[in-house]
Design a protein around this ligand. Structure first.
Ligand SMILES: [Zn+2]
Length: 240
């Protein structure tokens, strides 16, 4: 992010920079959550049907890989679409600024007036910002965008794949490392503890009620494992 000349604390993160970092962190926690729950369901289901460590490991690693790729592709597509529409808005703004500068100045002044400034102050603010960098002023005030800080689809794709993978590794290790009879209980316990932690962290980041968030995510994870365990048992008994 560029520093405004004369800004008193040049290294202090701006409000928007901090918010976007929190968004990233929240996305990372959600990605890890996805990796934990989907891989846990998968390996518990397979372990309910067979004691073969290689079958369980193969299913787990395939689930991890497919999940990470699917997260990355999904994130790439959605962030690319968002960036395209942000770029189109910025291009439109640039055209409007060059074609109707007076109208745009009035529009900017209106925005500041609606935020509580007097018409005179709003006009003065709009004039000074327009003289400094009209495009930046409009992007921020009108569109809520920082043209230098549009989200990068590749970064979003890689970070969601990495967070999913980190989450998925936990149930994979929990099911592979213990002796055969302890596999499923150890995985249940490890997953529920991990989900309690991610639920608590994401509630903290989102400023929501912690106990409720933890309960929701823990119940969701327990249900996922219970259901796939049941399906795995049936498949194992049926000898499929
Ligand atoms: Zn404008």
């Amino acid at each position: 992010m560029e520093n405004t000349p004369g800004s008193p604390h040049p290294h202090e993160p701006h409000g928007e920079g901090l918010a976007s970092r929190l968004n990233w962190l929240r996305a990372g926690v959600l990605g890890a959550n996805d990796g934990i729950v989907s891989t846990a369901g998968l390996v518990v289901g397979v372990a309910a049907a067979t004691t073969s460590a290689s079958a369980i490991f193969t299913a787990g690693i395939a689930g991890l890989t497919a999940g990470a790729i699917s997260m990355a592709v999904g994130e790439y597509v959605s962030v690319s679409a968002q960036r395209d529409s942000e770029r189109a808005l910025l291009a439109k703004e640039r055209t409007e600024l060059s074609e109707e500068p007076e109208f745009e100045l009035a529009e900017l002044a209106d925005i500041y007036q609606s935020k509580g400034l007097t018409p005179e102050t709003a006009r003065k603010v709009a004039e000074e910002l327009t003289a400094h960098d009209a495009f930046l002023a409009h992007a921020e005030a009108e569109l809520g965008l920082d043209p230098h800080e549009l989200t990068n689809p590749w970064a979003a794709a890689v970070s969601s794949a990495v967070s999913f993978t980190l989450g998925a590794l936990l149930p994979l290790l929990a099911i592979i490392l213990p002796p055969t009879t302890a596999r499923i209980p150890v995985t249940f316990a490890a997953v529920l503890i991990a989900l309690a932690i991610t639920g608590s962290v994401s509630a903290r980041l989102g400023g929501s009620n912690r106990a409720r968030a933890v309960l929701r995510v823990v119940i969701g994870g327990a249900l996922a494992m219970a259901i796939t365990y049941g399906i795995g048992q049936l498949a194992g008994v049926a000898g499929i």
